[in-house]
Structures are given as C-alpha cells and as structure tokens.
Design a protein around this ligand. Structure first.
Ligand SMILES: Nc1nc2c(ncn2[C@@H]2O[C@H](COP(=O)(O)OP(=O)(O)OP(=O)(O)O)[C@@H](O)[C@H]2O)c(=O)[nH]1
Ligand SMILES: C=C(OP(=O)(O)O)C(=O)O
Length: 218
C-alpha cells in the first residue's frame, strides 16, 4: 500500500500527481456497450487513449501509469507518453491499482497518487486539473461518476492509497475516509461510459480524437 504526502502550504502536492489508469484485457472490456465484440474492444481502447492523452496534458500531472496486460493498449498508451506496468497481481481492479500506485511512488517519491478510470473519452485536462487541485485541499478525494454511485477518480494527496472501486464505490470510498469533491462543474471527469446511452452523453460533451475516429470506423 502506498502512502503519499508532502503537501505544500495550499494543500497542493509539491511533487505533482501520478495518475494510475487501469486497463483490463480489451476483449473482456465494456461488456455493456455493444453486442459486437470487436466494437467493444475498439471503443475500450479509444476511451483509454483519450483518457490517458487528456491526463498527460494536465499541468500538475507528472506521470500516467497504465496498468495493463493488454499488448495493444500497452503499445498505444506508451506511444502517447504513459508508463506501462503489467497487471502482475492479476487479481482484479483494486490490486491492479495498488500495484500501479506502488510503481508510481517508487518512480516519483512524494508524488500525490490518483486512480483514474480508463473510460472517460470526453475528459478535459482543465477539468481534471481542477479536480486534482480540489483533492489536494482535502487530502483524499473522490469524484462521483455521472450516475452518482460509482467513482471515476480516487485522488490521494496525503494518506493511504486504498482504492475501493466496484459496486457502490463512492459510498465505500467515503466510508473509508475520502471526501467527495465538488464536481458539478466537471462533467467530463464524471462522464464514464459503460452503455450506449453513456456514449451519447459523452458525445454531447465532446469526445477526444481516438473515440471520434473509432466511431467513424465502426
Ligand atoms: N488492469 C486492470 N484493469 C481493470 C481490471 N478490472 C477492471 N479494470 C479496469 O477498470 C475500469 C472499470 O472496470 P469495469 O467496470 O470492471 O469494466 P469495464 O470494462 O469498464 O465495463 P463492464 O464490462 O461493463 O463491466 C476499466 O478501466 C477497466 O479496464 C483488472 O483486473 N485489471
Ligand atoms: C468500477 C466502477 O465503475 P464502472 O463499473 O462503472 O466502471 C466504480 O465506479 O467503482
């Protein structure tokens, strides 16, 4: 388990943020999105690429660590500038995130650590920067997903990195001491895409180039 710290006077981490993005094997991803398996994989890859690209453009982000065993996803996010670690625990989402966080902490001691869902195709770096800034002020912050029961970002500027993604994860994170940060003005950070209706909502916000091109091809 990683412990982060070194907050500055205004609550910001002096060392910036390392964001851990989990990407499961693409052929297993996004089961609720399409009946066509190849479309699901292509969209899962495109969402991850747009999420990672936006995170890398965010000023306070020092590194994006993608945890994946998927070779196609690994190659694309490496090209974008992310670091990739294998899903060595092979034990589901939260162990994968803890593994990525440990790697990030060893590469960037003192870095604030965030877990960011890989299915945020409309993510805007300005909105992510605001979320990170707000999390820096509370120590351990969570951003509620658009539905309001899940989590799109678990952001630890100080304290233990103990992600609890899964069913009802917003409540679980808050019960474990995280603070729900204000995100009514951050729709792109909240807009995760699991279903066709979610994708329509994301398109309304404006998706990134990988998702746009993937949709053009399908
Ligand atoms: N590395 C890694 N990432 C995972 C694992 N499980 C889930 N993820 C990622 O965590 C995020 C949320 O995952 P899920 O909600 O379980 O799966 P999903 O593919 O988004 O959608 P569904 O198939 O509809 O459940 C996505 O970015 C996944 O790629 C895992 O075991 N290892
Ligand atoms: C894993 C989660 O969400 P989803 O299943 O929507 O990706 C979560 O919100 O913790």
């Amino acid at each position: 388990m990683s412990t982060t710290g070194q907050q500055g006077r205004d609550g910001e981490s002096d060392a910036g943020w390392c964001l851990v993005v989990p990407v499961k094997l693409l052929h297993l991803a996004k089961s609720r999105l399409s009946t066509e398996a190849s479309h699901r994989s292509a969209l899962a890859l495109a969402f991850a690429a747009d999420t990672v690209a936006a995170a890398l453009r965010t000023s306070s982000v020092v590194e994006v660590v993608v945890v994946t065993d998927d070779p196609t996803a690994a190659a694309l996010v490496t090209e974008l500038g992310a670091a990739v670690v294998s899903d060595a625990p092979d034990a589901g989402l939260n162990p994968a995130l803890r593994h990525g966080a440990a790697e990030a902490s060893s590469r960037h001691p003192g870095c604030a650590i965030g877990a960011l869902s890989a299915d945020l195709p409309a993510l805007k770096s300005t909105e992510l920067a605001t979320a990170l800034q707000r999390a820096g002020k509370v120590g351990r912050g969570v951003v509620a997903d658009a539905v309001g029961t899940g989590t799109t970002a678990y952001l630890v500027a100080a304290g233990e990195f103990t992600p609890l993604f899964g069913a009802d994860s917003l409540r679980a994170h808050i019960a474990a001491g995280a603070v729900a940060i204000r995100a009514d003005d951050l729709p792109s950070v909240r807009r995760d895409v699991d279903t066709p209706a979610d994708l329509t909502e994301a398109l309304g916000l404006g998706v990134g180039e990988y998702t746009r091109r993937a949709l053009d091809r399908l």
